[in-house]
Design a protein around this ligand. Sequence first.
Ligand code: FAD
Length: 472
Amino acid sequence: VSFAKITAADLAYFATVLAPARVLTDAEHVARCARDETEDFCHPPEVVLQPVSAEEISAILRYCNTRKISVTPRGAGTGLSGGALALHGGVSLDTRRMNRILHLDERNFQVTAEPGVITQELQEAVREKGLFYPPDPASKGSSFIGGNVSENSGGPKALKYGVVKDYVLSLEAVLPSGEIISTGAATLKNSTGYNLTQLLVGSEGTLAVITKITLRLIPAVPHDLTLLVPFRSAAEACEAVNAIFLAGIAPSALEFMERDAIEWAARYTSTAVDLPQDIAAHLLIELDGPEMERLYGEAEKVADALARFDVGEILFADTADQKAALWNLRRKVGEAVKSHSAYKEIDTVVPRAELPVLLQKVKAIGARHGFRSVCYGHAGDGNLHVNIIKDAMSAGDWITRLPHGVHELFTEVIALGGTLSGEHGIGVVARDYMHLAFAPAALDVMRGIKAVFDPNGILNPGKIFPQEKAAS
Ligand SMILES: Cc1cc2nc3c(=O)[nH]c(=O)nc-3n(C[C@H](O)[C@H](O)[C@H](O)COP(=O)(O)OP(=O)(O)OC[C@H]3O[C@@H](n4cnc5c(N)ncnc54)[C@H](O)[C@@H]3O)c2cc1C
């Protein structure tokens, strides 16, 4: 696939569609949009465009489609699969100025927002009205709701409340042709035609640019408490995950952190954590509900269910400060790993009861291929983020042996009934493994869908599908 390079005439056209101050070619904006949070990848766009409306996006896409200029939609750039990287240069379509909450419909428990609203700001706005939007990626303080929809993001609360797809009722989106479409409806039930809403959710900016999002909300849950449980064996921590559910408890979050993960996060955030030498892993468990007394009862049941495992002293956190400190540690693990060493993150997900086997396979593959890994993630969902740390590997092994290790790991994940990504998306990082998860016929159906939306392939090229290669 070849794309047109952007010319002075193209820039002049963009400046007639957008205010010239929103057509950006300066080094600072280009450098910002050259990266997201995926490893050390860097792919500079030729221009950054900052539209403020669906109409402006429509004009940009119509023009780029005719000129065969590649367009990469961009949210906050917190993605971990390289989705917002402009692999073929062209336009980085930066949605940060489309950041209004358009309508908070308290009567119907719904909110409609533009894609550039920061996730946490949307959560806080609905919370003020006693409402709750649960999906809470650890990046919620900076990620955009449009990016969350495009990746079908999760987060700790996905365990009890579901992921983004479970909240999206309708979308407005601009097709690469420039047509503006609406999908779904502002209703809780909908059996009307193909479900284009859910097709766009998680489509990683490859089918259309999302310009308006209507989400369903639920009543706020008033109480929660958090438990931090240290384990002397990481394998037992994984086994304990299922034991908690089998004891009849449905936590609102259940996170796993290997020792290195919590130790590095504590150092990174300058948080004092009591971490005895014999502790190999932690589970961070959140319980929520309408009555505090009931939560204390559930916490006791959790402790009972864990009694048969080799655990250290359980820390109960029920004040706002204690809970915030524990969750801050968990949220900072990713950044802490990144600051420690070059790394590769693999977003594995398996049926929950298979988690102990997955951890064991990860370590065995690491031993075979000479890499060290730090694992953490949403254990209650069977979603383990495997961070392969470069420091133990030579540059040569990193380039040649690592892909074999990753291939083996994904093969094991599929064999366990899992898949390539639980919440970070395929983007660039997992596209070459898609054939492990899907038969050729299924991949062909996906390619056919892409061709219907985007016959010229201008929208976010190089993502999801294995055969496309990056230009640079
Ligand atoms: C520290 C950290 C913690 C994280 N924790 C979690 C977690 O707990 N759970 C989780 O699921 N993820 C997590 N992530 C990953 C990331 O934050 C999510 O994938 C998030 O949804 C990306 O949002 P964004 O606005 O940054 O999107 P970007 O990274 O800018 O873009 C992501 C994708 O969406 C597309 N896109 C963006 N906006 C639009 C639009 N309007 N229309 C069409 N396509 C669009 C882009 O083309 C790209 O393919 C974490 C990331 C970091 C750095």
